[in-house]
Design a protein around this ligand. Sequence first.
Ligand code: SF4
Ligand code: SF4
Ligand code: SF4
Length: 374
Amino acid sequence: MKIYNVDINLTEKCTFGCEYCFEKCDETKLKDFYDPELLKKFIFRLLESPWFKKNFEALNIGLWGGEPTIKDEMIIDLINTFMFDNVKFGLFTNGYKISYELRKILTDVKHFKVCDQPKVMTQISYDGRPIHDLYRRSKGNKLTSTTVRDQILKFDRDRIPLVIKSVVTPESFKYMYWAYKDIKELYKECKNTALSYFPTIDYYGTNKMEPAVLETAKKELQDALVKIASEEIYIEGDRFFFKWFNNSRNLCTAGHGIVAVDLDGHIYTCHACLYDDQQKKFKHRISNIELETVADDLERMHNEFGANIMDEGDCKNCDVNYCLRCNHAKYNQSKKQGYLDRWRDYQVQPNLCEFYKINSMITKSMKEVRNRRN
Ligand code: SF4
Ligand code: SF4
Ligand code: SF4
């Protein structure tokens, strides 16, 4: 099954002021999407294009911000417009405020499926209480974990399809075990939703670390992972609640299978490019929703990025079990020349590699002890 992904930036406004947010407000930029009608026209044009019809079974529209639920009327309109098309949605929210109208449509379509997947999947950002309260404060600097936790439980109670996504920074490795415990407790309270803990290490927070700070972070990561392993070791089967102990080295398909539309209708390689400054951003621009050639432009990018998508280059010699690689972060760090060489310069963030190697070492030790016991 092949699904093409278009992420859309609905607004740059947000109800939170997270410390690690890279979606910073730029006063020179538009605040909201400039023309929702043109956006719908673009989606129709894409769905009707011979390239799309020939290659894909469905379109997945990612609704991003800022905080996309601020534009709830636009989300509702998009869901209604494409209700019976092979179009599904991903709503990426901080989960702080969901309006009555938005909740209603999420409830109305909760059993609808596209390619056997939910019509609308909501992703709520929740880092686990200790880390969440450290970084994810409201604009008025209020703690938000209780509200977001309650929101997750409400979605679960109403059986609205939901996943959670967590972030961790090297400074908060020391709280990871407690974040894990909190999310495990939350999972126990859920009746209908399968949660797991798989934090993303803040892609940009690892680049410049003083040696002493790096050493402390590595030690704190190791301590946290040993404690997590001491609980995960009792899980039966091969799927761990803490997903870093599973095997996953999937490459991101930004450019090939995902593109992102900014507030002004320009289309870029992925949503992270939307938050670059204008000069950097220009290098990632692919097309514009108003162009008649837009589907051809997306096809060209799909082919250019696709040629080498599963080639892991230098990573072939690395044996970590789990690694998340963000091409946009690699591009920004790389000193190479060609666009794709920079985009795939996977080893350009050595500190991040060190963290994954520590995880891999603990995963192996935990599995060995488990095998010996069985
Ligand atoms: S909720 Fe998302 S967009 Fe808003 S401040 Fe936090 S990270 Fe940034
Ligand atoms: S390049 Fe990075 S931010 Fe963009 S889709 Fe891939 S992992 Fe996400
Ligand atoms: S840890 Fe580093 S070298 Fe290993 S797969 Fe990940 S990016 Fe590649």
